[in-house]
Design a binder for this molecule. Structure first.
Ligand SMILES: *Cc1c(COP(=O)(O)O)cnc(C)c1O
Length: 413
């Protein structure tokens, strides 16, 4: 096998493996921590993905919002290719110009003052938690080990042991304890509950502006702005996890921008990688980010030159291609089209920009519906609350949005 790979190239060996064989190999050699759709993707371009038999799918999963630019964006790919002839990986023991420009552009894009680069979303959340706690002890003067972070029920912030410890989803935490203390859970969108939960030891409130994994759940109008005011009044940091909602997914660069709710820190990931590479970061105020001193935190791959140029290109393309505006228009078109399907199986359609949830009624066989979607050539998967998520790449056009609606109608019938 090694010689075959060396002589013919990895892609040639991959090309000889059938869809069925790939699925069998994955199940045999891989841990079973996912339950994928029975679809094996061999290539993708733009909003489309293809299996080994050549069947075309519209990718409405979009890697949970990480594929915002479409698969293989020309600009992002060209940027990566050029970097492969230059330098890709050093360490934070040295400076690189690529990281310098990434930090500046992330701050400019988010309106923040400093940033800390990471690789994955969960790492960005962990970083924000560490920053919030150190800020609480060193600036707010909370007694050692007493800092509290308020989080929402039904949250999703990633899969590390600290993060699943404050999840309210039983399966995420069952058999993985003991968990990190210091997190207080309140119902999502309940400003009075947040107020009641605040104590002199509260370091931060950490929430998603829209709970995407939770089933595309919106807080009441005005919640984000009221939360900002409440945090100000109590000297508490506001941290938005915009790993899924950020970078134009909801029709604005960030979902908090629908209200006067600018955070002290923002967690970034997914689409920051341009659909190519894991890139994540925390950006925030100088006061919050300045608490890290050399040695406090780190990541071997965080902010490497290849990741940096990809993320810079990703942000530039969002700006120059007006993808926020396209997301707003196409998302509204998709949600309207879903509402007009008029199926008795649909309970609710919720969305903002190209983050759209189609909730089906109790009693609808969601496994069966899932197979119908695949038959129709639509990739979508259920999140919580019997809600199918539609988060296609933001480069989608009106004709393809209409096609999604038509295929969804057919799948429901
Ligand atoms: C995906 C996601 C994360 C975790 O990101 P990973 O890159 O999978 O670690 C955290 N928060 C939110 C809101 C997410 O959607």
């Amino acid at each position: 096998m090694w010689q075959d790979i060396e002589q013919n190239g990895v892609q040639a060996v991959v090309a000889r493996i059938s869809d069925a064989e790939a699925i069998e190999m994955t199940e045999r050699y891989g841990s079973h921590n996912y339950h994928p759709l029975p679809v094996n993707i061999v290539r993708a371009k733009g909003v489309y993905a293809y299996d080994g038999a050549g069947k075309q799918y519209i990718d409405c999963i979009g890697c949970y919002s990480a594929v915002a630019h479409g698969h293989l964006s020309e600009f992002v790919c060209e940027t990566a290719r050029r970097q492969l002839d230059k330098v890709t990986l050093v360490s934070r023991a040295m400076y690189t110009t690529e990281l310098a420009l990434l930090l500046k552009t992330v701050c400019e894009y988010t309106g923040m003052e400093m940033a800390c680069p990471m690789n994955t979303g969960a790492e960005a959340v962990e970083t924000a938690i560490k920053l919030a706690r150190k800020w609480a002890y060193t600036i707010k003067r909370v007694p050692q080990d007493k800092a509290e972070i308020i989080v929402a029920a039904e949250n999703f912030h990633g899969r590390t042991t600290t993060i699943v410890g404050f999840s309210s989803e039983p399966q995420y935490k069952q058999d993985f304890g003991p968990f990190t203390p210091g997190f207080i859970t309140v119902p999502f969108g309940d400003i009075e509950a947040v107020e009641r939960a605040m104590t002199p030891n509260t370091a931060a409130v950490l929430m998603e502006p829209i709970q995407a994994e939770g089933g595309i759940i919106f807080p009441p109008d005005g919640f984000m702005a009221r939360l900002r005011k409440l945090c100000d009044a109590n000297n508490v940091l506001l941290i938005w996890d915009e790993i899924q909602t950020g970078f134009c997914r909801t029709g604005k660069p960030f979902a908090w921008q629908f209200e006067d709710a600018k955070p002290d820190m923002i967690c970034l990931g997914k689409a920051l990688g341009g659909g190519l590479f894991p890139v994540a970061a925390v950006a925030g105020s100088r006061e919050a980010l300045s608490v890290f001193k050399p040695g406090d935190h780190g990541s071997t791959f965080g902010g490497n030159p290849l990741a940096s140029v990809i993320a810079i290109a990703a942000m530039a393309e969002l700006q120059t291609s007006n993808l926020a505006e396209n997301s707003a228009r196409m998302g509204a078109r998709l949600a309207d089209a879903f509402r007009n399907i008029g199926s008795e199986k649909v309970l609710d359609v919720r969305g903002r920009g190209l983050l759209v949830g189609l909730e089906v009624k109790e009693g609808v066989d969601t496994a069966e519906l899932s197979s119908r979607f695949i038959e129709q050539g639509l990739l979508t998967k259920e999140t919580r609350h019997r809600t199918f998520r539609f988060a296609p790449p933001l480069v989608i056009d009106a004709a393809t949005v209409d096609e999604i609606a038509a295929k969804t109608k057919a799948a429901l019938q």
